[in-house]
Design a protein around this ligand. Structure first.
Ligand code: IMP
Ligand code: MG
Length: 178
């Protein structure tokens, strides 16, 4: 098994998620409900923690829709081709959505999903909340509304992020050494 160098430890992750939850809650305090769209599989863990924190603040109703999209196969290089692998079955027409993503790399996935939710699913608006951001690799000008941490141009794993199905369960974000 490869050695992993810790980039963001468990405690830092917890604090950051709490901080992000507070910002989102503050900006949506006048809304009856907050609608998240979590991008499977990678963002599931972040989204669970984020929703838990927001619920803990009290006074919010939250819906967390799940969507599966991706450009990645089993490795670490994007094929560049995005597809919705499991679409939304729920009606989100006219709703203000927040996409929850694990990491924005080229931005192709989020660009594609934003279009899908706006054009095909007729959402009123779509914001983006990503735990990690790798701006050095961006190929689109997609705007990320809420970001946890910027990471360098390295393949990161843990806290939901995988490398060929491995390392998702790590409680920290790290880089595979070597
Ligand atoms: P994008 O379309 O290039 O922005 O890619 C986004 C998706 O690629 C993310 O949702 C991740 O699933 C995956 N990805 C990009 N960079 C990494 C990484 O460093 N580690 C793990 N997954 C990554
Ligand atoms: Mg992802």
């Amino acid at each position: 098994m490869e050695e992993i160098e810790v980039l963001i430890d468990e405690e830092e992750i917890g604090l950051k998620v709490r901080e992000m939850a507070k910002v989102i809650a503050r900006e949506h305090k006048d809304e009856k409900e907050i609608y998240f769209v979590t991008v499977l599989e990678g963002a599931r863990r972040f989204s669970d923690d984020l929703v838990k924190e927001i619920m803990g603040l009290g006074g919010f109703k939250v819906k967390n829709y799940l969507v599966k999209a991706g450009s990645y196969g089993d490795g670490s290089e994007s094929s560049g081709k995005i597809e919705v692998k499991k679409g939304l079955v729920e009606d989100v027409c006219g709703k203000e959505l927040i996409i929850v993503e694990d990491i924005v790399d080229t931005g192709l996935t989020l660009c594609f999903l934003k279009e899908y939710l706006l054009k095909e699913k007729k959402a009123r608006s779509v914001k983006i909340c990503s735990f990690l951001d790798k701006p050095s690799r961006r190929k689109t000008d997609v705007n990320v509304d809420y970001v946890g941490y910027e990471v360098p141009d390295k393949f990161v794993v843990g806290y939901g992020l995988d490398y060929g199905g491995r390392y998702r369960e790590l409680p920290y974000v790290g880089v595979i050494k070597g």
